[in-house]
Design a protein around this ligand. Sequence first.
Ligand code: ATP
Length: 342
Amino acid sequence: MTEARTVVAIPGDGIGPEVMASARRVLEAAGAPLAWVEHHAGLRAMQDGDPVLPEATLEAVKEHKVALKGPCTTPVGKGFSSVNVQLRKALDLYAAVRPVRSLPGVKTRFDDVDLVIIRENTEGLYSGVENVVTPGVVMSMKVATEKACDRISAWAFDYAKKRERRKLTVFHKANIMKLTDGLFIRCSQAQADLNPEVPYEEVIIDAGCMKMVQDPTQFDVLVLENLYGDVVSDLCAGLVGGLGVVPGANIGNSEAVFEAVHGSAPDIAGRDIANPLALIMSGVMMLNHLADTEGREEMRAAAGRIKTAYNGALEDGECTRDLGGSLGTSAFTDVLVRRIQS
Ligand code: ATP
């Protein structure tokens, strides 16, 4: 029997536990040889009297290298820095990768979207450097380092080459933020020079957003600094059916944490109506990552079975409400499990 690969599950908050239960059922049904260890973060960790990012959770991800994570809520108020930002920084998960693709049976204005968003995950305006200058005047500092700008563009070019993508576009605002975004595009240009086989372009982000909603097929791989990547990910999700269908991976040099682009969606939590597909797809990315990095081809095979199942279900209109269907989270999960097993 194939030895199970231990991976960390962090269910998170809001719809997190529901979509995590669904994703685990689907990955198990597909025969992925995984052994899960569960750890908490966010509000769920605080319920146990722990900090929002407990040391044990961090250590487990460091030990097992790979985690599937639900969305985590950071309490609003003084003294709490974002769980997600803390995790990405603590493990130096500098590249967020978000494939945004049209899905069969999911009707939107476009039926041929195939984008990959690569977001710098560790700095920019998410560095958390905010000050009260004087009462009524606050400031937030946008940080860019040559090291981080350079490694994200190098990573993105490498990704584009390995996956034989069409081109790489940087969205930026270097005409206004001459130093920070200026550094970002200078580092990208240097990588473009080193990788002449990948067509490269730079687009000012506001014009880029307009072009994107007019015709997303003119873009392929997008590279963005942290805040732009966050915003453009949701914009692009809207092109393919919404946040319920966009997965993601946060990748560093030794660990990788797979999570959907969506947040904890408190408005629909606990009602069995959330679409688990984005986390299931993140699980598929995790299986392919294990195949790529550890040569575990049985993981790739399981990923393929899951993809076939959800493509088939969507094509037959078997989906959750956000995609125009009528199934709840568990009923949709049942459909996928049945399809995988048949
Ligand atoms: P957070 O503050 O944790 O990021 P949020 O409510 O600001 O949460 P999201 O959680 O990303 O942002 O959700 C935005 C909206 O999109 C939600 O109100 C919800 O209705 C919808 N949504 C997000 N994820 C899903 C999903 N998996 N299935 C169905 N609807 C979803």
